[in-house]
Design a protein around this ligand. Sequence first.
Ligand SMILES: [Fe+2]
Length: 240
Amino acid sequence: MLMLADPGVLNGYLDSEHDTWSALVERHHLDVATHACSTYMDGLSRLLPCATAPVPLEALNSTLARLTSWRLVSSAGMVDDTFLFRATAEHQFPVASKVRSPEELAFAALPDMFHDVYGHVPYLLTPRGALAHRMFGEVARAGGYAPTLVQQLSTLFWFTFEVGLVREAGMVKVLGAAILTSAEERRNVGRGDGDIMPFDLDAVLETPFQPRSLQPRYFLLSKFSEIFVALKRLAPRRPR
Ligand SMILES: [Fe+2]
């Protein structure tokens, strides 16, 4: 879809925002090939032809409809956890419409469209990534969106799909969107500036986190499927 409006605006985004997006995508290609986990790379290969430039969500949804039943819904950036899980239970994922500023190429404190589209959407284009996201929502819904359960799911989501690491073929690979879309967060991991702990649900749930800064602690999954095991542990027991 091509919508020409004012000079310097294409598809609703300024030339400068297209430039920022191009710079982010170029850097991303170089970095993720060596760092990202296989599930992410699988989804990214499907996303790439659809996300070469920032476009309105409806246009992106039209393109993605060929690949997935998921729909992207508009968000202002940081979303409420209950809103997130209500969305994922319905095969929807919130995506920010704003593109970060040129000064935030290496690290943006708040989620922007690049973070959401390049960090999260690839998982929605793979069977097990989509299933995991849906399960977050279904577990929350099964528990009536009780605040304690939502907080536990939010913490698990943070330490997996935002700043999670996973071991693959003996190597530490990046799972989390906040690391995948931030060169500075990747350097933080690579330099060993944050502790890397073996994934353990009890330890995860006891670990506080600060979404707007580089992380002091990461958790390393032994395999992707540990997320499903953790989600099943958090799922409310059905009455007999
Ligand atoms: Fe995110």
